[in-house]
Design a protein around this ligand. Sequence first.
Ligand SMILES: *Cc1c(COP(=O)(O)O)cnc(C)c1O
Length: 353
Amino acid sequence: MSQPTITVQKASNSRIDQVDFDNLVFGNVFSDHMFECDYKDGKWQNPTIKPYGPLTMYPSAKVFHYGQAVFEGMKAFKDDNGKVFLFRPADNLNRINKSSHRMAIPEFPEDLFFDGLTELLKLDREWVKPGLGNSLYIRPFVIATQNGVSASPSTEYKFMIILSPAQAYYTGDVKVMIAEKFSRAADGGVGYAKAAGNYGAQFYPTNLAREKGFQQIIWTDANEHKYLEEAGTMNIFFRINDQLVTAPNNDRILDGITRKSLIKLAEREGVGVEVRQVSIAEIVEAAKDGSLKEIFGAGTAAVISPVSAFSYNDTVYTLPVMEHSFAKKFKSLLMNIQYNLAEDMYGWRYAID
Ligand SMILES: *Cc1c(COP(=O)(O)O)cnc(C)c1O
């Protein structure tokens, strides 16, 4: 298939000197350029890299009314020789297309995704800072741009990639509340997709949890609120004695790249991982008898985010402080691969030049 070439309009001045890279707030600063490609007349066209800036759209654009929008989250890393790497980017492309499919959005072509992404990263490579913990967060997304408020899928879309420099993300002491009433996703719904509305719908219950002193919610199954499924916007792992347990993927749970990478690394390290339903009753019991050693969330932004306590039915269960935590160990094993500090046994690194 012939592919349209990417038009590049360079920014006349870089904004990089105005950025304090030692005091970044996650997701607040964006690099000099962005990638944009439109879907019109049944095809993706006019791929362009241009200076990061505002979009002009009509208020009737469908994305504003029906939330037809999906996104991805990935990162670029720089090693000590200045080489830039992505981590399993093909999985992000597959996933955005899976999300798009569910939201009746046309899939984005693989060659255009990789060409757009690598051209953009080459242009803004100075925004990827070396040093363990520094990264350039990559946000691809698709929005419905057709004008008109009839409730039907858009015939026009915009695929974009924007880039935001990020530092090591210390989530600190994360206390979580187990959802007993609210749900993130239901059977047959869109929980497995990175659909924009999934996140908007979490804000209100998460705010209620915050008011009670918990930073995140552990989402449970919508049918019975009996099984633990995800931690905020991360997948969830439990360490019971020296074994890890994580919920299986289904249509309510997002198939995380961090999660599946950790499962693979655990197997390599000889740590058993059970992929199965995890009930609240089991975890409460394990917390009481001391066999529950750790709970952590897994996702691109923080890699691994340890949980210090959880609440269920108005009781707070505090987790032990582990000297040799799996959270620390696996975070470091994974980051060493991402930063080209360890052998890439599974072909996860993707060099951009
Ligand atoms: C993005 C996301 C994750 C983590 O996926 P990664 O590929 O590891 O970043 C987990 N759960 C939800 C709900 C997510 O949106």
